[in-house]
Structures are given as structure tokens and as C-alpha cells.
Design a protein around this ligand. Structure first.
Ligand code: CA
Length: 499
């Protein structure tokens, strides 16, 4: 509270000194070349006219807009504040003019002093534009701040274009696997039916249910499980897992099962202090080279990849035999590069994903899986024929409950709005009210375990209670009615087909 107060003072004083209040009309006539787009003229606010805090205005080099740019996002509290005055209330699409010469960066966006999401600044030695999602501006005066994030980038301007919250697009409910089980189809139909109407609550780790129930009086509809300890190179080191048995229990209770796989590399574990065998899914803890393994299909490394997939297939088979549909998310966060399956860039990751798909679906006939892809970049997308759901793992600043519209919009674009969009992991949960206001229709969220759920900073107790008791949020007790409806629908359809 005091910090916010102090900051407001700084902004007020600096604003008075620098006099950066520029009428919107003057700004866009000046920036005419940037203003051509369909929703009327864009408002362009130059960074060098903003309020600087631990940052510097500069004008060296060329290619920037206006009279310069802002640099030196180095100090932890370095920031730049744009003052958007005289604006109409409503939703605006934000684009940031920037330069990131030293590789890809992230900046932290704040709207009227509340955290409003991360913005990815793709590596660029020239000035370029980055989509910053949507911002709901108040009538009159607003502040938009960029805080350091990864730092070491230059900001040229922010461009705001009036837009509207879009209704959810019509997503494909049909699964890519033509032999998908009735249970898998029913779950997908349930997700598709609720897309744009409700958000389905989820939590990683079955063990967190009592905590949530005590806090909110509700249980999540989805539990995220992990195949991690079935990885052969963990099992041979003594790891044990009961995730499959627990998932069966959860399914019997009526919950939705989601699985990811922190795949401990098939071989090449470094296994020394700091790079222990149990860190074998991290790029930095293995010598396993996916690209090399895929290049030589006769290699031991390639055969071990297949062995691991077959071991996992054996586990998933138990769920299949018990008619448990699974939201299955292999090779998650590949584009981050921190896991070995993403360390060699998009091509090996996509090839491996297709191998996993082919082997589980066609060889092992696992028809209970709903296939979830987990990277937003088109370069990393394995293809419409092997993906049912596209998704993003969201870890904004603690307490940032904004709608994550930036990544939502990128996922809409990724498949032309044809696939369902999910937040398969999150730290702070996006506020269901913000999701509606921003038209960011995340189908579901799955909060990660530990501090992300319990520390009171990522999600305060009050906020978790709000989410779990929100009329648009589906919890476990909401599921039976939906599932029954799907069953009746499936039966009715089957009846129609027979005639
Ligand atoms: Ca500028």
C-alpha cells in the first residue's frame, strides 16, 4: 500500500515537471504512418515523452519513432510510465515498439499500477513491434507502465488501438484421433460446450484437494497429474509413482484427469551435484541430444526414446482399460528450451511429438487421450492433425490476475480460432471477470502446486475463494450434471445414426 502511494507521488511530481500530457489528437496526427488500421486512429505514446524512473531517454542510432526511445531497464525497479489521457473508456489492443539487441526479453506491463501481464520481446537488433495484449482503459486518465522484467531492452512507444472483447470462436469439438473413445469424445464435447461460457477449475497434484476444499468449500473439476516418476531413468534410480492409481480414484469421484510428463531423458543423465538424475528432464542436467537421436533411427538413443514411450503407454493403458479420458500434454513448454525436448529448436520437438502421437495412438491404440499442445509460437506447432487443444502455461508476477489476453490472442491466431484454448498451468489465476471483460476465454486453468497455490501472494485466500465460488467457474460439484447431459447427447446421436 505505501509503495503504491509513493509511486503515485513520483508519477504526479514527474508529470508536472516534464509535462507529458499530450492531447490524443495531436499524438495521432503526428504518428499518422502508424495509425492506419480498421478500428479508427491509434493513439501512439512515445516512450521518450513518458515518466522515467531509473531509465534513460536516448536517441542514438536510427529507426525509432518520435525523438528517441527509453533504455537502461537495468535496475530492479527501473520503469517507464506512459500517461494515456483523454481516452474513451474501453478495451484497447496494445502494441509496443521496442528493440532487444541482446536476445529475447520480457517486460512486465502494469495498467493503473496493477500488473497486467508479461510481454515477450522477440530478439531484434532493429526497432520492431510486439503484441502486448489488450488493456481496458478508464475514461480520462490512465497510466501504463513497463517494469524491468528481464531488462536490457529499448522501448520506443506504445500504440493503443480501440477494440472490442470478442466472443469465443466456434471450436472444433471433434477429436483428431478418429478412433477416440466415447468417454474422450464426451469430455471434449463438454469442454467445447463450455468454451466462452465458463472456465473449468483445475489444480496440479491430487494432494492439494483438501487445502482447496478447506479454503473455498469446493473442489477443482480437474486434477493435473505427472508421469514423471514412470520415466525409466527415474524408476531405475528408485523413483516410485502412484499417479495412475490416484487418477483412477479421481475419475471415480467424478473429476477430470489431466497428465503431463516431465520426461527424464532416456539416457545421458549427468548425475552430479546440481545436475542430479532426478533433474534429468532439464536441458542443463543431461547430455542427451534429441536432434542426434532422431537423425539416426538405428541409434541406441532413438531406441531408448521409443522404449520410454512404450513404458508410458503401459501406464496410460491402465486408464484406457478403465475408460478414463485424459487431457494429455506431452513435451510441454518445449519452446522455452529449458527441457531437453525443446533444447534443439522446433523441428526435433515437433518430430518427437508426432512420434509420441503415432506410437500411442496407432501402435498402442490409446484412444482415451485428448491431445494438448503447449507452445504458442507457429514455428513450434506440430500440426492440426495431431492437436486437439492449444495451450499456454502462465506464470505472471505474483498477484497478477489479468486475463492473459496477449497469449490467448496468440493461441487464437495459431490455429485460426479452430482449436480449444486452455491454460494448462498457472501461477496467479486469471480473474474470471477480467477474462470476460477482455474476451480471453480460457477453457480451463490448472494452478501449479506449492507456493503458487498456498503462499497468499500468487493467489490470496480471498481471491481463491472468489474464483472457486464464481458463477462462471466450474468446480467438481458442477460436473455430474454436465457429464450426464453429454452421455444423453451421445446416446441420442448413436440412436439417430442407427436409424
Ligand atoms: Ca520513440
Amino acid at each position: 500500500m505505501t509503495e503504491f502511494h509513493g509511486r503515485r507521488m513520483v508519477i504526479a511530481i514527474s508529470a508536472a515537471v516534464i509535462v507529458i500530457v499530450i492531447a490524443a489528437t495531436a499524438v495521432y496526427s503526428m504518428r499518422d504512418r502508424l495509425a492506419k488500421s480498421d478500428g479508427g486512429a491509434a493513439l501512439v505514446l512515445e516512450a521518450e515523452d513518458g515518466v522515467l524512473y531509473g531509465t534513460q531517454a536516448a536517441s542514438a542510432g536510427s529507426g525509432f519513432s518520435g525523438s528517441g526511445y527509453v533504455t537502461d531497464f537495468i535496475a530492479d525497479d527501473a520503469e517507464l510510465t506512459f500517461q494515456a489521457d483523454g481516452v474513451q473508456e474501453g478495451l484497447y489492443r496494445a502494441v509496443i515498439g521496442y528493440r532487444a539487441s541482446g536476445g529475447e526479453k520480457y517486460t512486465e506491463l502494469f495498467l493503473n499500477e496493477a500488473p497486467a501481464g508479461k510481454v515477450h520481446l522477440v530478439s531484434s537488433s532493429e526497432f520492431a513491434e510486439a503484441a502486448a495484449g489488450k488493456l481496458y482503459l478508464n475514461a480520462g486518465s490512465n497510466t501504463i507502465s513497463l517494469k524491468r522484467g528481464w531488462g536490457y531492452y529499448d522501448i520506443d512507444y506504445i500504440k493503443l488501438q480501440k477494440t472490442k472483447a470478442e466472443a469465443a470462436h466456434k471450436v472444433q469439438a471433434e477429436l483428431v484421433n478418429p478412433n477416440a473413445t466415447d468417454e474422450a469424445k464426451a469430455l471434449m464435447a463438454f469442454l467445447a460446450d463450455n468454451f466462452g461460457k465458463a472456465v473449468i477449475s483445475g489444480q496440479q497434484d491430487f494432494g492439494n484437494i483438501p487445502w482447496i476444499e478447506k479454503a473455498t468449500g469446493k473442489r477443482p473439476a480437474i486434477i493435473g497429474f505427472d508421469l514423471i516418476d514412470y520415466s525409466p531413468t527415474r524408476a531405475e534410480n528408485g523413483a516410485k509413482s502412484y499417479e495412475i492409481e490416484t487418477a483412477l480414484t479421481w475419475n471415480r469421484i467424478g473429476g477430470i484427469v489431466s497428465f503431463l510428463w516431465h520426461w527424464n531423458a532416456p539416457t545421458g543423465l549427468i548425475n552430479e551435484p546440481g545436475k542430479e538424475w532426478w533433474r534429468g528432464f532439464y536441458t542443463d542436467s543431461v547430455t542427451f541430444d534429441l536432434e542426434a537421436a532422431l537423425r539416426d533411427k538405428e541409434s541406441e538413443e532413438y531406441k531408448l526414446l521409443l522404449r520410454d514411450i512404450d513404458v508410458i503407454a503401459g501406464q496410460l493403458k491402465i486408464l484406457s482399460m478403465n475408460k478414463v479420458p485424459v487431457l494429455f500434454r506431452p513435451l510441454h513448454e518445449a519452446e522455452g528450451g529449458w527441457f531437453w525436448w525443446g533444447a534443439k529448436g522446433p523441428e526435433p520437438a515437433k518430430e518427437l511429438y508426432r512420434i509420441v502421437y503415432d506410437r500411442l495412438v496407432n501402435k498402442h491404440e490409446l484412444n482415451n487421450l485428448i491431445w494438448v499442445w503447449n507452445s504458442v509460437s507457429p514455428d513450434w506447432y506440430p500440426g492440426d492433425d495431431v492437436v486437439d487443444i492449444v495451450s499456454y502455461d502462465s506464470y505472471p508476477l505474483p498477484g497478477d490476475h489479468s486475463a492473459v489476453s496477449n497469449y490467448y490472442d496468440q493461441l487464437v491466431e495459431l490455429t485460426g480460432g479452430t482449436k480449444l484454448i486452455a491454460m494448462m498451468e498457472n501461477g496467479s489465476i486469471p480473474d474470471p471477470d477480467a477474462m470476460e471483460q477482455y474476451g480471453a476465454h480460457w477453457s480451463l486453468f490448472i494452478t501449479w502446486t506449492g507456493e503458487f497455490l498456498e503462499d497468499g501472494n500468487h493467489n490470496s485466500m480471498e481471491f481463491i475463494q472468489k474464483v472457486y465460488n464464481h458463477p462462471n467457474v466450474i468446480t467438481l460439484d458442477d460436473l455430474p450434471a454436465y457429464i450426464e447431459k453429454q452421455k444423453q447427447k451421445a446416446e441420442a446421436e448413436a440412436g439417430t445414426t442407427k436409424k
